[in-house]
Design a protein around this ligand. Sequence first.
Ligand SMILES: *Cc1c(COP(=O)(O)O)cnc(C)c1O
Length: 353
Amino acid sequence: MKNYLSPAIVNVKPYVPGEQPKDGVYIKLNTNENPYPPSPKVIVAIENAASSLRLYPDPESEELRLAVADFYSIDKDMVFAGNGSDEILALCFMAFFMKEKPVLFPDISYSFYEVYAKLFGIDFKLIPLNDDYTVPVEKFTIPNDGIIIANPNAPTGIALSADNIKKILENNRESVVLVDEAYIDFGGQSMVPYISEYPNLIITQTVSKSRSLAGLRVGVAIGGVHLIDGINRVKNSFNSYPLDRLAASGAVEAFRDVEYFRSTTQKVINTRERIKNDLIHMGFNVTDSKSNFLFISHPVVAAKKIFFDLRKKKILVRYFDKERIDNHLRITIGTDSEMDALLNAIKEVLDGT
Ligand SMILES: *Cc1c(COP(=O)(O)O)cnc(C)c1O
């Protein structure tokens, strides 16, 4: 049969998200969702918004941008709201990176960056992480028309300090530096306080992880007005209403209910630190994660074996069959009882080898 696809689409290799099992019998520690439900105020707001679904939503998501601006004490014109930060990343690639020189990002990072670069025909160069999986800040100096860094990085969980990101910003004043802060609320140092100081800084965040709303599909970008305007140019040439009424209303409350947000993120952090110590005692190497997942490897037992054995025990974690990290597992922090079940299952796997 004739190939009806556009040539640019024939060769893209789409991003593959972690598995979402339909039967629900698994302990799901594979896609970095929050184990706690969203704030009850979010649910009420979504229920209330349902009565207005006849009408199109606000194309500018003004109320949500205000809520985010209030949370950070910035101006709402420094905030863009979109349908998940994945979509915002795509808009940013179009707005800032479709130029001559390559975009730089670490060889081990969120794999969507490479997918977008290929989709939009953008040249890119991978900067190898150091052997300890830290980001080699000084290597982000080769000629480029854009840089993207996940902070904390995925799937390593390791964070860069604001001072180190400032070095990257200062070494690349001609390029937009996109800092993907999907996991920033679990212990990293956000760059939001520096958006006025660095006109080349754009930040993306999401309600999917720290605000327990992966199912709602809401993300934001934060940066100088000139950059937000650029993202809006793309958005308004692509989809005028990226955020539906339910999503926008729910996300507003997720940003307003600060107390709930702080208490659930702190619970995740506490569980992470406890499980990290237990895994170290069991002989695992565990990175210094500032995210809602742990990145671990065992000196003797192969990650792939542990992955499949855990799967048999109905526990899903993430395994990446990728050079340099193919002996690691990425394990999302669940509830304390889920994590206790995980530790028991891992003990059984190790004892059985
Ligand atoms: C989860 C994740 C995203 C995507 O977030 P959504 O808002 O759910 O699209 C972006 N970047 C990184 C590094 C992530 O882990």
